[in-house]
Design a protein around this ligand. Structure first.
Ligand code: UD1
Length: 420
């Protein structure tokens, strides 16, 4: 087992190059199942969730080669396909369910393990299933698997999501891409990662028309062709290092970011006292004077992202008064709270909200990571804490942060990984 050991209290200064987005890469990798020809993907982050998705694609029937660097892959097709996403892969990464739409559209059948629960809530996939059924798929649950079939081909339809889901939107878009006729989907998620998926599919020959009002029209095409695509920057990784700069009272320049996609995150950080200076395109320098308390709520894009909630909470623990964060997307996404309290935080949870009273300092402690973003919030608290923080179960961090220790060290953090 590996631990992170952090000696807190060092102000971080330097430059961090932001990696490609994990959450954009995962659906785009799944979407390559729609294409027989060669696909080249650039700016793929080297993190565990990506290698899990690569293993899944290989087990289904793709050949994957790294070319030039660990961030660029070339994907081609093997002759034989195995239309299964097995439990052992999907249980470690829910995004495995994203192969359902492409497999149904391309091969007319799929057997995909149900992802099951995870630390941040029950996370059902009912919306994925319900909407694919509306496109003519026959779906049943058998021994923990979603068993899906299409009798002839998927049928176009006019669809509307009851509630907004990133993954279900992605699955539906991928399914409709090869579905003859016109499919309209209303109330879709419009996260930048979804726009990246649409851009990739359109580059590969799909006909997807998006208007910014959560409505999409897809004219099905016979087949897709090979293409080359560069993944967008990871806005959550960038937001996390922005908080690292603020919480440590340092000055970090974030390079290779998409400033526009980060507006919702930057707006909230500005309210917390962040000064953001941008001297060149796709780059911003983050610093502050005081940390100001504030109220925030997680909302689907363009709102403040749930994937930044835990990091913001660590920052607001050191705010100059009372803050409230409402988590409106996941039912159980406050698992970092009890660990932050062990480091001295003053937080009370009531219903969906965390009530935070600012404290002067965190104190280092041994803490346990529970999910990807909760883990990184503990690292952030550790960077600011008095004394030593030990973060256990860091495999969660490895799922989504490329070179976390290296990037923080480069800015002057005292952080090491230890095998125990
Ligand atoms: C994606 C992101 C995740 C992010 C989340 C919300 C990836 C790989 N993961 O997850 O990092 O936190 O969006 O921005 O991109 N729901 C249902 N039924 C469904 C599907 C979802 O009830 O069939 C609920 C979920 O339980 C949750 C909410 O809808 O409460 C939003 O989930 P969703 O947007 O689907 O998240 P993911 O796609 O799983």
């Amino acid at each position: 087992m590996k631990q992170l050991i952090i000696q807190g209290g060092k102000k971080l200064f330097g430059t961090i190059n932001i990696s490609g987005s994990k959450n954009a890469s995962l659906p785009i990798l799944a979407a390559t199942l729609l294409v027989d020809e060669k696909i080249t993907l650039k700016n793929i982050p080297d993190v565990k969730d990506i290698s899990t998705m690569i293993n899944l694609l290989e087990s289904i029937g793709k050949k994957i080669k790294f070319s030039n660097s660990r961030n660029q892959i070339v994907i081609t097709s093997k002759k034989n396909k195995k239309l299964i996403a097995p439990y052992n892969l999907v249980k470690t990464m829910r995004a495995g369910v994203l192969v359902l739409g492409p497999l149904l559209a391309k091969y007319g059948q799929a057997r995909v393990s149900l992802p099951g629960g995870c630390a941040i809530g029950s996370r059902p996939v009912d919306l994925h299933i319900e909407m694919l059924k509306k496109m003519g798929a026959k779906i049943k649950i058998d021994k923990g698997y979603i068993v899906a079939k299409v009798i002839k081909k998927l049928k176009p339809n006019k669809l509307k999501f009851e509630s907004i889901s990133v993954g279900a939107t992605e699955n539906l878009i991928m399914a409709a891409t090869l579905c003859k006729g016109k499919t309209t989907i209303k109330n879709i998620a419009i996260e930048p990662e979804i726009i990246d998926l649409i851009n990739f599919l359109n580059k590969s020959g799909a006909k997807i028309f998006f208007n910014s009002k959560r409505i999409i029209t897809i004219e099905g095409v016979e087949s897709l062709k090979g293409s080359t695509h560069s993944i967008i920057p990871d806005r959550i990784e960038a937001g996390t290092y922005a908080v690292a700069s603020l919480i440590s009272n340092g000055k970090i320049t974030l390079n290779r970011i998409d400033t526009k996609a980060m507006k919702n995150i930057f707006d909230v950080l500005k309210l917390s006292g962040a000064k953001l200076n941008s001297n060149k395109k796709n780059s911003v320098t983050v610093s502050r004077k005081k940390i100001k308390s504030l109220n925030a709520k997680t909302i689907p894009y363009p709102g403040f992202p749930t994937d930044m909630q835990a990091q913001l909470m660590s920052l607001l623990c050191l705010g100059n008064g009372k803050s409230i964060i409402k988590e409106d997307i996941f039912e159980n996404r406050f698992l970092h709270v009890s660990e932050l309290k062990r480091m001295g935080a003053n937080i009370k949870i009531k219903n969906k909200s965390a009530y935070i009273q600012g404290i002067k300092n965190f104190t280092g402690a041994e803490v346990m990571a529970t999910d990807l973003r909760a883990s990184v919030s503990l690292v952030l608290a550790g960077l600011a804490a008095k004394g030593i923080t030990i973060v256990n179960r860091i495999y969660h961090l490895e799922r989504g942060y490329e070179d976390l220790v290296k990037k923080l060290k480069k800015c002057g953090a005292s952080i090491i990984t230890k095998n125990v």
